[in-house]
Design a protein around this ligand. Structure first.
Ligand SMILES: Cc1ncc(COP(=O)(O)O)c(C=O)c1O
Length: 363
């Protein structure tokens, strides 16, 4: 599957890391397989993360790795998945995976799911008899909504599908099953000629895209729906909020009516895969001037500078993969901070960081 001497698999576009982390060991990509009767395939019992590693002058740097892994742990906790992995172990495993991949930039995908014990198989909905399996894979992923989208924006629709209700499927857990709802939204949008769909919550307020959070800009004020609108507490969303604070842009968490999308000056999506993508029309109604607006551009520029390690981040956001080159611009001209983590054997536990995604810094 991999060409000789090549660390990555080249099919169509994605270059894929030839090893996968599995419960503490690195195994070959080809060996990362599950039984078709695994609980997860029948009942959707998985939680996962999506993390980007960016190419910087100091080598690959993983963006907000600890926050993503904390959300991973939170998702597992919500679904009573007692796996035993610590934040530090998952962080270290990801760093070592990227190191082994040889990729300068990539997308990292940790997943934890209910598997099948072939010696004592269990097939019911009750997940407890099924063993847990944890994997982390990586591949090089380009621009999620297309290369042009970052500059020109995308045409989207409001979905006929609502987002999950808070007491049916918790949107704040990044579970595989939630993405059945996302798939309905995405398929409908694509089949109707749109790049993405925006779902409303069960009360009719704006929630989020199938795989992105959403922001509006009106009279230079940036608004985004609150967690109570059944959104995933996006880490890019939190980054945008913190960047707005740094840039002196007013940002608020507010319930947003569907019609407010049509009359906003600017709209944009945020997400690990989509990064910061402007929205140029909703339901074929042009948003603002119909392209990337000035506020979006300002936020987007700061975001990409931070991810490339060219601008100080509001926090310790980059984990450099190469230990010897582990430095990032310090804030306010301070000394560079070392933030790299290396192989599991070098692991030194540090206090688990709790990511407070809800209303981070928002009034
Ligand atoms: C449904 C949904 N909302 C929002 C996001 C954005 O979250 P983040 O910025 O943490 O990637 C994602 C992407 O993971 C998503 O799938």
């Amino acid at each position: 599957m991999f060409s000789k001497g090549d660390k990555t698999k080249d099919v169509a576009t994605p270059r894929i890391c030839d090893v996968v982390w599995h419960d503490g060991e690195f195994i070959a990509w080809n060996d990362a397989r599950v039984h078709v009767m695994s609980h997860v395939l029948h009942y959707g019992s998985s939680i996962f993360e999506g993390i980007r590693c960016y190419a910087t002058k100091q080598g690959p740097a993983i963006f907000r790795l600890k926050e993503h892994m904390q959300r991973f742990l939170n998702s597992a906790k919500i679904y009573r998945m007692d796996h035993g992995w610590t934040l530090d172990q998952l962080v270290d495993a990801s760093v070592e995976l990227v190191e082994r991949s040889g990729l300068e930039q990539c997308y990292i995908r940790p997943i934890l799911f209910r598997s099948l014990d072939e010696a004592r198989p269990a097939f019911g909905v009750n997940p407890f008899p099924n063993p847990l399996a944890c994997y982390i894979g990586a591949w090089d992923w380009g621009k999620y909504l297309g290369d042009e989208a970052i500059e020109k924006g995308v045409d989207v629709c409001v979905s006929t599908w609502n987002r999950l209700t808070p007491n049916s499927m918790p949107a704040m857990a990044k579970s595989g099953a939630n993405y059945m709802n996302s798939q309905l939204i995405k398929m409908e949008a694509l089949l109707n000629g749109f790049a993405e769909g925006i779902a409303l919550d069960d009360r009719g307020y704006v929630s989020e895209g199938s795989g992105e959070n959403i922001f509006t800009v009106t009279n230079d004020t940036v608004l985004t729906p609150p967690l109570s609108s059944s959104i995933l507490a996006g880490i890019t969303r939190d980054s945008v909020i913190q960047i707005c604070h740094e840039l002196g842009i007013t940002v608020k968490e507010r319930s947003i009516q569907r019609a407010a999308l049509y009359v906003a000056d600017e709209l944009f999506f945020s997400g690990t895969a989509a990064e910061i993508t402007p929205i140029r029309s909703v339901d074929r109604i042009t948003v603002g001037a119909g392209g990337r607006g000035p506020v979006t551009e300002k936020i987007q520029k700061a975001f990409f500078q931070i991810t490339k390690g060219e601008r100080a981040a509001p926090g310790d956001w980059l984990t450099y993969v190469k230990k010897s080159q582990a430095a990032q611009p310090g804030r306010n001209g301070s000394q560079p901070e070392t933030s790299a983590t290396v192989s599991l054997s070098d692991h030194e536990p540090e206090p688990a960081m709790k990511f407070q995604a809800a209303g981070h810094g928002i009034e």
